[in-house]
Design a protein around this ligand. Structure first.
Ligand SMILES: NC(=O)c1ccc[n+]([C@@H]2O[C@H](COP(=O)([O-])OP(=O)(O)OC[C@H]3O[C@@H](n4cnc5c(N)ncnc54)[C@H](O)[C@@H]3O)[C@@H](O)[C@H]2O)c1
Ligand SMILES: [Zn+2]
Ligand SMILES: [Zn+2]
Length: 366
């Protein structure tokens, strides 16, 4: 058993408190990770505000990187000191969906994740002997966390922890939406709606996939500027997006549109801006019971729509490739870090995320 300082959410809407947890013991397939960096994502914010139901008390944080500090007795493919990026999609490998190569729909994953339990349905953390839940099997806002070994993906030692953390959710989701889900053709015209961490990553996915024109759409001029700095060839506000896509494509519309803003109007915009026969990947989300209306004509003409969680991630395959791309200068991550903060400043970090001031704040641990 270990102890760890962590940010604990005890009540929806209330600030997290910094407390000391009891961590462990490790089950045979677990690893103990010394967390070195954990970034603040919108999904954590949804949990804080109650839009995403999580059992409390809980440790949030699902974009994290660190080093292996201890191994469960059955873990043989990782070693103490390995540098790892954490994946929030452990999967059993044997259920109907795993057999269909759709691990994001794994039955065990979907059964235990929403309850904030570990992959075997049991807790690993406690505070004064009361179990503490882990968001998305991780709980990265803690000096140490216990995760299934398959959730700890080794990356090169040269990969800086704070930038490695981003790979675990937003970067994987955005890059994967283009490279793993849509797989556009070389020279295709892509549009990305919403230029937060997810959209900025989708833009980079379009660059890596060899797209020609890459249109970034965001009402925020600072985000448009950032989008152009990391590879968008054009950047406009949402009201100009459809006309621009058509003017660049002899009136057809974009070959691929990635939606990464999570608003009814951006889902609508995505289907208006794509060409007949083109494809749309939705990444954003609204509340699960909210209805989104479409003009029927905008859905016609053989358009293909996929709503993706995690951008078709295969973390064991993709995280090392993303780290390598960063180290080779092909994937820009420095630009996405707006602030490095202490664990004690996490509540203010989320307030800044909610105000739209930061792309990503990263909690760094000494
Ligand atoms: N599918 C997944 O696995 C997954 C993973 C992480 C996040 N998400 C979701 O993806 C979305 C984006 O996440 P993020 O962390 O990048 O969020 P973010 O808030 O940092 O970025 C959203 C961006 O959308 C812009 N925006 C707002 N209104 C717009 C409009 N009308 N048109 C175009 N852009 C507009 C904002 O200015 C902002 O730059 C969220 O809905 C989030 O919940 C999904
Ligand atoms: Zn499964
Ligand atoms: Zn996330």
């Amino acid at each position: 058993m270990w102890t760890s300082r962590a940010a604990i959410l005890r009540q929806t809407g209330a600030p997290m408190t910094i407390e000391t947890l009891e961590v462990g013991p490790l089950a045979p397939g677990d690893v103990l990770v010394r967390v070195r960096a954990a970034s603040l994502c919108h999904t954590d914010l949804e949990a804080i505000e109650g839009a995403l139901a999580v059992n409390l008390p809980a440790v949030l944080g699902h974009e994290a990187a660190g080093e292996i500090a201890a191994l469960g007795q059955d873990v043989s493919d990782l070693a103490k000191g390995d540098r790892v990026v954490l994946s929030w999609n452990p999967h059993c490998g044997a259920c109907f969906y795993c057999e269909k190569a759709q691990p994001i729909l794994c039955r065990t994953f979907l059964a235990n994740g929403p309850r904030g339990y570990h992959f075997d349905g049991k807790p690993r953390l406690s505070c004064d002997a009361v179990p503490v839940h882990q968001l998305m099997y991780l709980g990265g806002f803690s000096e140490y966390c216990v995760v299934p070994a398959q959730s700890a993906i080794r990356v090169p030692d040269a990969m800086p922890f704070d930038r490695a953390a981003l790979i675990g959710c937003g970067v994987m989701t955005g890059v994967g939406a283009v490279t793993r889900i849509a797989k556009p053709g070389w020279g295709d015209t892509a549009m990305v709606i919403g230029c937060g961490a997810v959209g900025l990553s989708a833009i980079q996915g379009a660059v890596l996939a060899g797209c020609g024109e890459i249109i970034a759409v965001d009402p925020n001029p600072a985000r448009r500027q950032l989008a152009q700095a990391i590879g968008a060839t054009r950047a406009v506000g949402p009201e100009e997006a459809v006309d621009l896509a058509r003017s660049l494509t002899e009136g057809r519309g974009a070959d691929l549109v990635v939606e990464a803003a999570g608003r009814p109007e951006t889902f609508r915009l995505s289907v208006e801006a794509v060409r007949p026969g083109g494809q749309i990947v939705w990444l954003g989300k609204v509340a699960v019971n909210e209805e989104v209306a479409f003009r029927w004509g905008s859905l016609m003409q053989e358009k293909r729509i996929v709503r993706s969680s995690y951008g078709g991630a295969n973390p064991a395959r993709d995280f090392p490739m993303l780290a390598r791309a960063y180290l080779d200068g092909k994937l820009k991550l420095d630009e996405m870090i707006s602030a490095r903060i202490r664990l004690e400043d996490i509540n203010e970090g989320f307030a800044a995320l909610k105000r739209g001031e930061t792309v990503r704040s990263v909690v760094t641990f000494p």
